[in-house]
Design a protein around this ligand. Structure first.
Ligand code: RIB
Ligand code: CA
Length: 312
């Protein structure tokens, strides 16, 4: 089976951590590296969190720290959801896994330039690293096989009524990526808000009883509590892993090509992904936007992914 080569650019973040879990042992994927960006928390926290998760999983995947702030706007974090560390809840052993010395933007540039144009870049945080890489070295743009992002919404946001966190946290970066001309799959709140991690899901994954499922339970203990406090969700929407689940089994999502443009001009709607759902502007599509999700199939993918850590 030919593996899909991916780079996961993320801001761990509880749901990012589950995306890392699914990607690190998936036989159909080759996770070349985890690049980290400021987002849910500061870069100092998100890069440490990525290293802790991979060390806990025993996954020998390099971690690269990237940009510690957005391209233009001021930094914003989501401590209300992810806590002061960005990964509140789990307790990790002393961290020995080292950070790679190469900046994440340089890692993206080097990996893409050296590639055969067969790397899919998955972003589950603000798109700063990828946008900066395209600006620093435009030659990489045509080498990106596809961008699969968790971000945006063709309905409501979760930071403002208009905008979702990963986009509003660096709308200029998102605009650079959406105008790159590369194939894009946008996995927005419209589908991730259906992937609700109810208590019975946590119990189901906890019964697996390995290091990944134990970490999943510890992560959800905090994540679901804050999601209920902030949004009233009975189960936390597990946003980021939906991107990985889609790469593992594209049938888990229904997508629709749309022209998507990022609002970087207005104040009230800054960071909105303006998705022309009905195509009435007659503009060319710029992204395949997820419009529905097979929720049962998604949780089966998650369970299968966690079970892979029971194998030697
Ligand atoms: O809006 C949800 C997204 O913002 C997720 O990626 C979450 O981890 C945060 O980064
Ligand atoms: Ca994230």
């Amino acid at each position: 089976m030919e593996k899909t080569k991916i780079i996961l650019d993320c801001d761990p973040g509880h749901d990012d951590a589950v995306a890392i879990m699914l990607a690190a042992r998936e036989p159909s994927l080759e996770l070349l590296g985890v690049s980290v960006v400021a987002g849910n928390q500061t870069l100092e926290n998100t890069q440490r969190n990525a290293r802790n998760v991979l060390q806990w999983l025993g996954a020998n995947i390099p971690v690269y720290a990237g940009c510690d702030r957005p391209m233009v706007r001021d930094k914003v974090i989501a401590a209300d959801i992810h806590g002061s560390t960005g990964l509140d809840g789990p307790v990790f052993p002393p961290l020995t896994k080292k950070l790679e010395p190469e900046h994440a933007v340089q890692f993206l540039i080097r990996s893409l330039l050296e590639s055969e144009g067969d790397i899919t870049v998955v972003t589950t945080g603000p798109m700063t690293n990828l946008a900066m890489a395209m600006r620093l070295e435009p030659r990489i743009t045509e080498k990106i096989r596809r961008i699969v992002l968790m971000g945006g919404s063709f309905t409501n946001g979760n930071v403002t009524p208009a905008a979702e966190f990963n986009i509003i946290a660096d709308a200029e970066a998102a605009s650079v990526c959406f105008r790159s001309g590369r194939p894009i799959t946008m996995v927005g709140l419209d589908v991730t808000r259906k992937a609700l991690c109810y208590p019975e899901i946590v119990e189901r994954m906890g019964r697996i009883g390995n290091r990944a499922s134990n970490l999943f339970v510890a992560l959800m203990g905090h994540f679901c509590k804050t999601q209920k406090q902030v949004f009233g969700w009975e189960g936390g929407p597990l946003h980021d892993p939906v991107t990985i689940a889609y790469l593992i089994d594209p049938e888990v999502l229904v997508t629709k090509p749309m022209n998507v443009q990022i609002d970087i001009r207005s104040t009230q709607s800054y960071g909105r992904t303006n998705c022309d759902y009905y195509g009435y502007q007659k503009l060319p599509p710029t992204a395949d936007v997820a419009v529905d999700i097979d929720v049962a199939r998604f949780w089966d993918i998650v369970e299968t992914g966690l079970r892979r850590y029971s194998e030697a």
